[in-house]
Design a protein around this ligand. Structure first.
Ligand code: PMP
Length: 394
């Protein structure tokens, strides 16, 4: 008998919906075929709804992973010698710093202890005293710590200081609230394999007017051709007007999946998806507490909804992970160097949050594995906590 496929509960890639799976695995259309043109055009329109960027936001759909989106952000917005402020909340903010430095930026990092977010007052002070900065970068949810920043005040501070605001939404977009137009954010990007619920392979971003203008005003040499969003603008305009176009071959199968995936996210509006996501996350937090687990993020306010970054309980170590795997559920180990050996991570975003049965399987596997590791836990109480947390109030 074939071994059943394990349930993928890492923080991306994630489980796919049947619709997305079917769209991604159909024979790939050509990049000028009417079906692809329609899917590309619709995906652009749907991204505007998910990003809440208003009509002036310019979506980009590029073949590549989330790191490509980070590169595109740096390559288009930063000129050698520009100053950038990076709000560090984990491993991926540090990656942003490394990328920015490669493009010649002078980076100032504002940090906080692991599990915390730097104080807004400190960020304000740095913007006022140590500028002028070209752009502020922050990670919406850092996947190494599970820490979530609140983008709204950061956007406000950036606007006040005349600085662009850029957010890495790789572990957040479509899973955490982001009101790009209302908050005045300038660039928000993600990868397809997380809360968007696709296979890996697409870098998705929306640039606001100020970001587009900053690229147009660039004095330094243009960015590498593939990374330059000016290369991509004509084809995005053409696809949106439902016309064939070519710059570099798009990942056509993934664009088919994107049309479907965004359609599913927007089925009852983005607000409904965010509610489902938030409810699942809150139910899981309550469940982990029932199991005696503690979190890397220090407070609920800074805890992302898209994943749980948990500390091994006393007497339990990383051998917990193969025990969870033996119960048919794949979770991820620690990533941030400060908690690499003491934490582990479980993703819950995208299609997964619409599947209480998946969440229950994850909780059962976790409770069973903890028991096997010698922790005194009550699996039934854990499942009851999950179910009462998931119950929609009448
Ligand atoms: N930023 C964040 C917050 C991430 O979680 C990740 C991936 N885990 C990345 C950037 C990089 O994305 P990718 O692995 O798709 O290149």
């Amino acid at each position: 008998m074939a071994t059943p496929t394990p349930l993928l509960m890492i923080p991306g890639p994630v489980e796919l919906s049947p619709g997305v799976l079917a769209a991604a695995s159909a024979p790939p259309p050509g990049h000028t075929s009417p079906r692809l043109i329609e899917a590309f055009g619709r995906s652009i329109e749907r991204m505007r709804e998910v990003w809440r960027c208003g009509p002036s936001g310019q979506p980009f759909i590029l073949a590549g992973s989330g790191t490509l989106a980070m590169e595109v952000a740096a390559a288009n917005l930063v000129e050698p010698g520009d100053r950038a402020l990076v709000v560090v909340t984990g491993y991926f903010s540090e990656r942003m710093t490394a990328i920015l430095r490669r493009y010649g930026a002078e980076v100032t990092e504002v940090t906080a202890p692991v599990g915390e977010v730097p104080a807004t007052s400190e960020i304000r002070e740095i913007l006022q005293r140590r500028g002028p900065f070209k752009a502020l970068f922050a990670t919406h949810v850092d996947t190494s710590t599970g820490v979530r920043v609140n983008p709204e005040p950061l956007c406000r501070l950036a606007r006040e200081a005349g600085v662009l605001s850029v957010f890495d939404g790789v572990c957040a977009t479509a899973g955490e609230r982001f009101d790009m137009a209302a908050w005045g954010a300038d660039l928000y990007f993600t990868g397809s394999q997380k809360a968007i619920g696709l296979p890996p392979g697409l870098a998705l971003m929306v640039a606001g007017e100020r970001a587009l203008t900053a690229r147009e005003a660039r004095k330094a040499a243009p960015p590498p051709l593939y990374l330059d969003w000016q290369s991509w603008l004509p084809i995005h305009h053409a696809y949106e007007e439902r016309k064939p176009s070519y710059f570099a071959t798009p990942a056509t199968s993934l664009v088919m999946a994107l049309e479907t995936g965004l359609g599913e996210i927007l089925e009852n509006g983005i607000e409904a998806r965010l509610e489902t996501q938030a409810r699942a996350a809150a139910a899981l937090r309550a469940t982990w507490k029932t199991l005696g687990l503690r979190f890397v993020p220090k407070t609920e306010e800074v805890t992302g909804n898209t994943l749980s970054v948990l500390l091994f309980p006393e007497g339990v170590d990383a051998s917990l992970l193969p025990r969870i795997a033996a119960r048919g559920v794949t979770v991820a180990g620690g990533l941030h160097p400060a908690v690499k050996a003491t934490s582990f991570r479980l993703g819950h975003m995208g299609y997964t949050v619409t599947r209480p049965d998946y969440l229950r399987r994850a909780v059962e596997a976790m409770a069973g594995a903890l028991q096997e590791s010698g922790a005194r836990v009550d699996p039934e109480a854990a499942v009851a906590a999950l179910e009462s947390g998931l119950a929609v109030p009448a």
